[in-house]
Design a protein. Sequence first.
Length: 741
Amino acid sequence: MPRSRSQIGVAAAALAAALVVGAGPARAADTFAWAPANAPCVQRGRAVARALGLGGLVELSVEVDNVFSDANRAALGEAERRLAGVRGVHRVIGPTNLLDVAVDADGQPTARAVLSRDADDARARVQRRADALGWFFSTNGRAARFYVEVEGDLGTAWPGLANALRASGLDLVPEPGADIAVARALWPDPRAHGARWLPAMLAGAWVLFLVVAGYKARPLTGRLSAGGAAGVAVAAMLGAAAPFWGVDVLGVRVTGATAAGAAAAALVVGVALERARAAKPGRWNRFAHPPAAVQALALAAVAALAWFSPQLRVGTHQWSEAPMLFVDVRADFDQPVVLREVQRLTEALRLQPGVAAAWSPADLFSTVDVEGEPARRVPADAADVKRVFAQARFDSALALELAPDHHEGLVVVRFEDGAPGIPGRLAIVDRVEAWARTELRRTLGVIDLRDAAVKPEARVVAKGLLASDTSARVARLCAFAGRQLTPGETLAVERAARQTAALPVADPARLAGELTEAARALVAGYPVRLRPAEQERLVAALAALPFEPDDATGEVDVRSVVATAFGDRVTSAMLADTTAIWRRRLEAVRRRHTARLDIAAMLSAASLPADGVLSDAVRSATFEGMGPVVGIPVAPGTPHALSIDVAVTGGAANDAALSKAWLAGLRPGLGLVVAWAVLLLMLGGFDGLTWLSVGLAPGAAAALAAAVASEPLGLWGLAFLGGALAAGGVMAAAFAARRAS
């Protein structure tokens, strides 16, 4: 008995050591620890996390009673200040630096803090700007979010973070018994929840159950030779490691090795326990082969899995707590056509099942007011885009989603809380990648309809694309708002979009009055004075010019009219400057006039009211549908074309890559069948080989339910599969190697 107790102690120590190895030593957080190093999303994700500083950020979400109230808006700044003062916190990004940009009639932007406005105005502007809402607030104004970068483990800094939030003055209303805030890493470490020790635990439990509870180790307490005992141990180790060793991820392979060690240690523990009980060994000579019924059941399980194996999927969900998915876009974000293509991608993502919100840097322009314009829109000229971005360079949402050089940005997807788990998030990744492959215009040629050199056929193509994009966008906006267009409304929207793009309308009498009023203001404010009669003649001449959007000769006409009126009283430099300014101002009058009519026609076509968030979005879409700058898809390598490179990154994308690598790794696991066949042949000859199906049956049964239901195997399922294969290997090898007592 003392000897048996000694064996039990040694075996228990071996099992404990295997589990400690499985848990792994304390390591620095690494969001890519279990991600396939060669996967495109992993390589791109590392670059994005480094370039935009997102890798170490943790989202702190707090429940607040009306975050837009005066007291809470003031407390948000205090919360940011206190969070930044917590020991171990490197930086804090919060909503107080959200900026509201306005552009005057001369195109000069200014900015002010959104939250400095009154409560209703601040709420309205945040709700119109999807990126501000997506990063920092819930739609109902009951939640606020902060992003903190913490040195080391979040748990160490958590008490200080919680105290900072409590002392901030925010009117917090956490759920009873819940933490004061919910903390989620944007790119969590997949090892945080014991991913490495779970397979070892299940493999060891399976083997212990089989040896102790099921068969009481009687096949193992018979006359096993040293080679037979080693064969049983090898079979257990092969089975435990099979779902892991073929995956091209070092951490997964180490986990498989740990599971194999735990299975072998559990086998030793089980044998030692049975021998300590001094059970009488049985004579297991009754079955040279598996009984026919057992063989039939085993073969049925293996055959069923083989039949349904095309439906077997893996969905590890190691990054299940990641709240967001990132679509990295490498392009020139200063170009209006690039922003509109990114906008098109973003709006398509908002309609995906399981997506709570999606946003991009283009959403900044949804609240940019331009003096005199009837709606907000992405500017038509790159210079105007640059000026707005420069004015908003300290905006907290823009800092999270746009690189400083404006050549890389993010389309961000926030998952719905409680959305379908493993299949739902992986399906979103698949749909985003499919849309990027089939719908994204990766190479854009720029057509400026104001340029007289543009060929007529190119104008037709550009205007047709403007019309189709405008009608499709209006339909997407309505669908996202829950307002499905009827077939009649859809046709009316398409007609309005064609009119907006191809045939701008005007009320001649009203337009003449507006042009006259604008021209009179320009002439009256000019430093070189004219006599009243000369002023009226100049005003009449300016108002009579066509100012058509596609009329590139308009600047020549303005120059001629101004030169005739002032003669040699202005220098050539003054004449050039005056021509450019007046041409732009008067063209803007014509565009505003036409836009108001087109917008009214579009709202009527879609049966929408004049005011509201949806109506504002449709107004912007209609205004942008007027052009004049259009991006048309062209072949890669086209001179002067703009390229858009898109890649899905983030925790869910890492999980999708790991799941694909794991599924591919299961196929080499079929080599286990060959290895077991050779092992059983060595242990028991051809009689031993007949136990192969019995050894595979537990693993087949473990995976069969997931294959039949097309439910992905998560880490629990894969660990369970490894344990079942380990137990099956023990059973088959033990019977193949047994000897008469």
